[in-house]
Design a protein around this ligand. Structure first.
Ligand SMILES: O=C(O)C(=O)C[C@H](O)[C@H](O)COP(=O)(O)O
Length: 207
């Protein structure tokens, strides 16, 4: 059965935001996160290895792989073909709306103001990423938006840590949070997969 974007968000407490610098790291990193109970993985197109990493990680049993940092329409079909089952963008533009429809890749678009939330709703999006979450106002902002705009569900991302994630997850309109703290660059570089599994376990236990 195909998972909806909301199913995917609800099955994750934390979505790790991943940047792959070395293609060799993709599979062991995904395995380490899944072993710790973190299955929904956002692989960004921030590095040239993004698409290749999606292709490799999508084969890891238990992993639900999405593509992050979508900023251009032509990236959607390529990511879908590589095995991504959802996409995340820091924002939302007409080209991204069109590409999401055409490719069939469900999109979690980024917003940071009430007008952006309303524009995204008008375009048919009910699951949104509050980005950058902490600079945008964090938990206070999410609660304030939930008053007039209660029918949207957020994945706040940007500036969240293991210590602050619980406050976000306690918000009525938050399904999961995103963050890069599960995948520290030095641990990846050192191949310290045990540390990453430990970080994943702690994050998975938040809910
Ligand atoms: O690459 C993207 O598409 C982004 O939207 C940015 C990431 O979501 C944040 O960089 C993660 O935030 P931190 O957990 O504060 O590191």
């Amino acid at each position: 059965m195909t998972m909806t974007l909301l199913d995917i968000m609800r099955s994750a407490s934390v979505i790790p935001v991943i940047a792959i610098d070395d293609p060799e790291h993709a599979v062991p990193l995904a395995q380490a996160l899944v072993a710790g109970g973190i299955r929904v993985l956002e692989v960004t197109l921030r590095t040239e290895h993004g698409l290749g990493a999606i292709r490799a990680m999508a084969q890891v049993p238990g992993a639900i792989v999405g593509v992050g940092t979508l900023t251009q329409g032509d990236e959607f079909a390529a990511a879908r073909d590589a095995g991504a089952v959802f996409g995340v963008s820091p924002g939302l533009t007409p080209a991204l709306i069109e590409a999401s429809r055409k490719s069939g890749l469900p999109l979690l678009p980024g917003v940071m103001t009430p007008s952006e939330v309303m524009a995204a709703r008008e375009a048919g999006f009910r699951q949104l990423k509050l980005f950058p979450a902490v600079p945008a106002g964090g938990v206070g902002m999410l609660n304030a938006i939930g008053g007039p705009l209660p029918d949207v569900t957020f994945c706040p991302t940007g500036g969240i840590s293991i210590d602050t994630a619980p406050q976000f997850l306690a918000c009525k309109n938050v399904a999961c949070v995103g963050g890069s703290w599960l995948t520290p660059k030095d641990a990846i570089k050192a191949g310290n997969w045990a540390l990453i599994t430990e970080l994943a376990r702690a994050a998975a236990a938040l809910r």
